[in-house]
Ligand binder design. Structure first.
Ligand SMILES: NC(=O)c1ccc[n+]([C@@H]2O[C@H](COP(=O)([O-])OP(=O)(O)OC[C@H]3O[C@@H](n4cnc5c(N)ncnc54)[C@H](O)[C@@H]3O)[C@@H](O)[C@H]2O)c1
Length: 353
C-alpha cells in the first residue's frame, strides 16, 4: 500500500539526525517525533526541529501513528532498534553501519524479509551523483570488466570524540573501518556492480589510542573524554576478493603519520577506468592511437539522495536499491577484516542465505 506522506519518527537525537530531519522533510515526509533516552539531546532536538520527544522507541511507537523510523543511534543499537521497529510494522531507514556484527545484520535483514516492511540501508555515498553516474556508465559497458578497485580514506589526525562511543568497540564495532571506511567501501563496491565478497586478508593497527597524549588540532564529535575508552583500531588495510574474480584494496585511518587522502574510489576495467576523489570524477581510457583522460560533466539532478529514494520506495515509485542484503554483504567484509587481522591470515566469507 503506497504511503503518500510518510509519518516518520527519528531514533537517536544526535548530530546525524539533523540531516535526516532536513532530508526527509525535503523528500515530502512528515517528521513528527524523536526518541532518545538523554534529556539534553531531546531538548536540543525539539528546540530546533519542532517534533514531539520520547525517551524510547517503544514509547514513541505507542504514542504516535508512524509509518517509518530513521535509525540514528550509536552503531551497536542499529540492529536491535531496526528489528523492534520491523517486528512492530514500521518501515526502517538505518544509518551506516548496518550493525556491529554479521549475525546482527542478518537478523535485521531477516526481520525485514519476514515483516514485508521496507528495510533500507542508509549508505549515503552510493547515492552521491558521482557514484550513480559511474554505475550508469558501467551498465552502458564503458569500463568493460571491472577487475580491480581501490577505496581509501586516510586522515592524518581525525579521531572523533575520543573516549566516547565512537572509540568504544562495544558500541561502535570498530574505529575508522566503521566510521569512514564503510563509506568508501560501499560506494566503491556499488560502482563495481556489487559482486559477492568471498575472502578478506587484512590488518588493523591501534597506535594513537592514548587519550591523554593524542596530538591533534581539534576534535569533532565532541571534546576528548579523559578517562574514557579508546579500544578501536586507528588504521586498517584490507584486500578483498569477489566471486567474479575482481579484487579491492581498502585503506582507512583516523590517525597516521602520512598525508591525508580524501575519500577516494578507483575502479580499473579492461576498457576504461575511473577515479573519484572528493568532488572530481576522472575517466581513463584510449581512443584510436591516444591514451585519454577526461573529466565528466553531467546532469546531477536526475539522481535521488537517500532520503528521496526512501520516500519514493514508501510511495511505491521506486524499488529499494540499498537493501538489507547489501547491508549483510558489507557487514560480512567488516567482520572479515577484524577476523583476518586477529588470525593473521586470509579468511573466507560465508554469507547466510
Ligand atoms: N552517513 C553519515 O555520513 C554519518 C555521519 C555521522 C554519523 N553517522 C552514523 O549515525 C549514527 C549516529 O551518529 P552521530 O554522529 O549522530 O552520533 P551522536 O552521538 O551525535 O548521536 C547518537 C544519539 O543516539 C542517542 N541514543 C543513545 N542510545 C539510544 C537509544 N537506546 N535510543 C535512542 N537514542 C539513543 C544518543 O543520546 C545520541 O543523541 C552512527 O551510527 C554513525 O555511524 C553517519
Amino acid at each position: 500500500m503506497p504511503i503518500i506522506t510518510p509519518r516518520i519518527g527519528i531514533v537517536g537525537a544526535g548530530a546525524i539526525a539533523n540531516s535526516h530531519v532536513e532530508g526527509l522533510r525535503a523528500a515530502g515526509c512528515e517528521v513528527v517525533a524523536v526518541a532518545d533516552p538523554f534529556e539534553a539531546a531531546r531538548n536540543r532536538f525539539v528546540g530546533v526541529h519542532k517534533v514531539v520527544a520520547y525517551t524510547s522507541l517503544a514509547e514513541m511507537r505507542a504514542a504516535e501513528k508512524l509509518d517509518a523510523i530513521s535509525v540514528c543511534t550509536p552503531n551497536s543499537l542499529h540492529a536491535p532498534v531496526a528489528v523492534e521497529a520491523l517486528e512492530n510494522g514500521l518501515h526502517v531507514l538505518c544509518e551506516k553501519p548496518p550493525s556491529t556484527s554479521l549475525a546482527a545484520a542478518v537478523q535485521m535483514r531477516d526481520a525485514g524479509r519476514k515483516s514485508g516492511k521496507l528495510l533500507m540501508m542508509g549508505f549515503n555515498q552510493r547515492f552521491d551523483a558521482n557514484a550513480q553516474e559511474l554505475a550508469r556508465l558501467r551498465d552502458k559497458g564503458l569500463f568493460g570488466q571491472i577487475y580491480h578497485a581501490k577505496a581509501g580514506w586516510v586522515r592524518r589526525r581525525g579521531i572523533p570524540g575520543m573516549g566516547g562511543w565512537f572509540t568504544t568497540k562495544a558500541m561502535a564495532g570498530g574505529g575508522p573501518v566503521y566510521d569512514i571506511g564503510i563509506h568508501v567501501l560501499d560506494r566503491t563496491w556499488f560502482v563495481m556492480g556489487r559482486p559477492k565478497p568471498i575472502s578478506v586478508s587484512a590488518i588493523t593497527y591501534a597506535k594513537f589510542g592514548n587519550i591523554e597524549k593524542y596530538v591533534c588540532e581539534g576534535m569533532w564529535a565532541g571534546p576528548r573524554k579523559m578517562g574514557g575508552t579508546c579500544d578501536t583500531e586507528d588504521f586498517a588495510a584490507a584486500f578483498v576478493r569477489f566471486d567474479n574474480g575482481a579484487t579491492m584494496q581498502l585503506e582507512v585511518s583516523w590517525a597516521a603519520n602520512r598525508p591525508d587522502e580524501n575519500c577516494k574510489t578507483m575502479v580499473m576495467g579492461d576498457k576504461a577506468g575511473a577515479t573519484w576523489d572528493g568532488e572530481q570524477v576522472e575517466l581513463y581510457g584510449e581512443f584510436d592511437n591516444a591514451i585519454t583522460t577526461s573529466q565528466i560533466q553531467y546532469d546531477r539532478s536526475i539522481y535521488d539522495d537517500r532520503f528521496k529514494h526512501f520516500a519514493k520506495c514508501l510511495r511505491g515509485e521506486a524499488t529499494c536499491s540499498c537493501t538489507g542484503d547489501d547491508g549483510v554483504a558489507i557487514q560480512s567484509i567488516l567482520d572479515a577484516i577484524y577476523e583476518s587481522s586477529r588470525q593473521g591470515r586470509e579468511v573466507q566469507i560465508t554469507i547466510p542465505a
